[in-house]
Design a binder for this molecule. Structure first.
Ligand code: G6P
Ligand code: MG
Length: 223
């Protein structure tokens, strides 16, 4: 088989941390005196921490000084980390471990490509950190998704051309970043929301057994 590699988004693909982000952001919105709903939280998926705060403040029509913003970014993250520190392997999303096992069996390497600055900690909490040949997280990029930077660095860590990389993503911005990087994009979640992806699945349990050996290989190498 010709060489391909995989890049995984973390939040919403391997673990569901969106629920913890929601609780921490909602607490801040409560403090600032406006309502923050789960629908609002959807807007923050795949978006950096700083950008998330800006979106949240727009929702509440609240203006803050840069100093106050810094203060809330720190307190939100401290609150979020209280949940993360309680996470364990039981929070790995269905199908993720089996998919990594299958990739190991096929000799296909994988890296992480996440906007989260907490990505290494989260992977350690769920005992997956050592399985990745590289981690690209919110600390290693200067441009957030939908900019392709995070995935292009991932391709370098895999020592592969971008067009030989397959990206698993649950966020619109992430699918766009993968497409802009000239990679194969796999949308995990609602097909209508992630309509720009090359392939769509509701979750990782739906990936067919021959997906990498047949479907992806043919798409990449058979022109
Ligand atoms: C992921 C999540 C976003 C989150 C971002 C930054 O992309 O989907 O909702 O805002 O990471 O996370 P961090 O852990 O750095 O605050
Ligand atoms: Mg995500």
């Amino acid at each position: 088989m010709n060489k391909i590699g995989v890049i995984f988004d973390l939040d919403g693909v391997i673990v569901d941390t969106a629920k913890y982000h929601f609780l921490a952001w909602k607490d801040l919105a409560d403090h600032l005196g406006f309502e923050f709903t789960e629908a609002h939280n959807e807007l923050l998926k795949g978006v950096s921490r700083v950008r998330s705060l800006e979106i949240l403040l727009d929702i509440g029509k609240v203006k803050l000084t840069d100093e106050k913003k810094q203060e809330f970014l720190i307190s939100k993250n401290e609150h979020y980390l209280q949940y993360i520190n309680k996470m364990g392997p039981e929070e790995i999303l269905p199908g993720a471990t089996e998919l990594l096992d299958n990739l190991d069996k096929l000799g296909i390497q994988y890296v992480l490509g996440s906007a989260s600055k907490n990505a290494p900690l989260i992977l350690k909490q769920v005992n997956l950190y050592d399985r990745f040949v590289g981690i690209v997280d919110g600390n290693s990029v200067s441009k957030a998704k939908p900019d392709p930077e995070v995935f292009l660095i991932g391709a370098k860590k895999l020592k592969l051309k971008p067009e030989h990389c397959v990206v698993f993503e649950d966020a619109i911005a992430g699918v766009e970043a993968a497409n802009r990087a000239n990679m194969i994009s796999i949308g995990i979640g609602d097909k209508n929301t992630l309509s720009e992806a090359d392939f769509n699945f509701n979750n990782l349990t739906e990936i067919p057994g021959d997906f990498f050996t047949k479907v992806i290989s043919e798409k990449i190498f058979v022109k």
